[in-house]
Design a protein. Structure first.
Lengths: 62, 444
């Protein structure tokens, strides 16, 4: 499957997005328009992790 | 984006069985740890069984985890944190969606979801809709009374997520919904089989509209097993001139299975997001062999606010050994959901599933869509009465229909029936789920 070859690369970008979103979340404590929109972005990022990252971290031998 | 892509997730849906099992075990450990740390209800249950997160290292360990059923949920709810009680794993501030079960089998269960859980619901439904051929070019009409029941809410959000145009058919009555489908040239529909069949009947009888000419290409059914029952599926597909697909889910579980466009005579379990086990109802043994029916025990592997771990769904299912032509590696359950453990009852010492009767009635030409089964007692003997409607113009064929019905019922259910013919349109009609089985024996 073509996607299996670049899953690591896709995952690296997801983790980068998550890190950035986490940083923005901290800044959004007193800024509802920032905090609440970041909360939604984090939920979407979780869906990316369920779809992609969970497989990347899977040991193929298990 | 390439709309020709066959899979919503080309990686997970074609993952090897070995890797899928590894993924399930990894996720089970994660949700178990999360729940053990946060839910007083679950921790108490697991401590009593002597199981901690460190004990879960294999599927054999998973099988030692106590099963949760709906009655246990009822006991803990309506208490703090109100109204969800001790199994809520997040703060009330994080809960953004309330849903409840229909209460068909007792007091309704309340279900809390965070926005992440709600995204997860839509994600599960995205697998369903994509597999059934929904694409951004579709205009999806949802004839559903948007309310406290989860029903097609998540289907709505998933259709949006996929990029479809969604038309909410909310408070419109059935005739207005049909006219709106016609006006907007909708291409897809979602509903219970009972309601979608009833809509077709209303289109013909009240509006003189042939539903097969409306341009609906696909229909996703849920809430009842009808779309996996060949007789009912044929009637739906013929009435609407559309492909009809089944899907099964539950408020406290999630959207765990779907029929794909290959229509393999069953449904795929979303093995990447759920762990489905089948339990022998007599021995409690977990069934791995295809072809043996049992009760589904299910874990939602990624649902966090109110986790669903080894939940006794009471759905009767069996594994199908065949590989699906669609290429998905997610396992198939043959014939979809075959019944409910609490629906299957003994009549004259024989196990009777109402679904088997539905299949017979709806496979016979000359009979209407509706029927009713009444079980009562005459003296000490069980009696089953099947009420059916004869279509207009079929009087001359009544004796052959009668014989065919008796023969098929005998073959499919091993039981004899008293047949009661009614005029078309005289048996009860249902707007959502049908209640066609009545057991009056306790009151006889």
């Amino acid at each position: 499957m073509e996607f299996n070859n670049n899953l690591n690369e896709i995952n690296a970008k997801i983790q980068l997005l998550k890190k950035t979103a986490g940083e923005l979340e901290k800044l959004g404590e007193n800024f509802p328009a920032l905090g609440k929109n970041i909360a939604r972005i984090l939920a979407s990022l979780k869906m990316l992790e369920l779809n992609i990252s969970d497989v990347v971290y899977l040991s193929p031998d298990r | 984006m390439n709309s020709d892509q066959k899979y919503w997730n080309p990686v997970l849906e074609t993952l090897s069985r070995k890797k899928l099992k590894a993924l399930q075990l990894k996720k089970f450990k994660r949700i178990f740890q999360w729940t053990y740390d946060r839910s007083k209800f679950h921790r108490k249950l697991y401590n009593k069984a002597g199981i901690t997160p460190q004990d879960i290292q294999s599927f054999d360990d998973v099988r030692q985890v106590p099963i949760v059923d709906k009655s246990m949920m009822r006991d803990i709810q309506r208490k703090d944190p109100f109204p969800y009680g001790d199994n809520l794993c997040v703060s009330l501030e994080e809960v953004c969606e309330f849903r409840q079960t229909s209460g068909t089998t007792g007091q309704p269960i309340y279900q809390a979801d965070t926005w992440q859980d709600w995204e997860w619901w839509a994600e599960c439904w995205s697998y369903i809709l994509w597999a059934q051929g929904y694409r951004p070019r579709d205009r999806v009409f949802i004839p559903f009374g948007y309310n406290v029941f989860v029903a097609f809410w998540a289907g709505h959000y998933a259709a949006e997520k996929i990029g479809c145009e969604v038309v909410p058919g909310g408070v419109l009555d059935t005739q207005a919904r049909i006219l709106k489908i016609q006006e907007l040239k909708a291409t897809a529909l979602m509903g219970t089989p009972t309601y979608i069949l009833g809509m077709a009947d209303t289109a013909k009888s009240k509006l003189n509209i042939d539903p097969s000419g409306l341009g609906i290409l696909k229909i996703t059914c849920a809430g009842e097993p009808g779309a996996s029952i060949p007789g009912t599926k044929n009637r739906l597909e013929n009435a609407w001139g559309a492909k009809v697909f089944d899907h099964a889910g539950a408020t406290e579980v999630g959207a765990w299975s779907y029929e794909c466009s290959a229509q393999p005579g069953g449904m795929h379990v979303n093995d990447a997001f759920f762990l489905v086990e089948i339990e022998d109802t007599d021995t409690g043994e977990i069934i791995e062999t295809p072809g043996r029916r049992g009760k589904m025990i299910i874990t939602a592997l990624d649902r966090y606010a109110q986790p669903c771990i080894r939940f006794d769904s009471k759905d009767i299912i069996e594994w199908d050994p065949k590989e699906c032509a669609c290429g998905r590696t997610f396992r198939l359950i043959r014939g979809g959901v075959l019944g409910r453990a609490d629906d299957i009852t003994k009549v004259k010492g024989v196990l009777l599933s109402p679904i088997a009767i539905e299949q017979v009635v709806r496979s016979i030409e000359g009979l209407g869509d509706e029927f009713e089964v009444v079980v009562d007692k005459v003296g000490d003997i069980d009696r089953i009465t099947l009420k059916i409607e004869l279509l207009p113009g079929m009087e001359k064929r009544r004796s052959s229909i009668d014989q065919m019905l008796k023969d098929q019922l005998r073959i499919q259910t091993n039981l004899g029936y008293r047949l009661e013919y009614h005029g078309i349109g005289t048996l009860p009609r249902y707007n959502v789920k049908g209640k066609r089985f009545k057991d009056l024996r306790e009151h006889s």
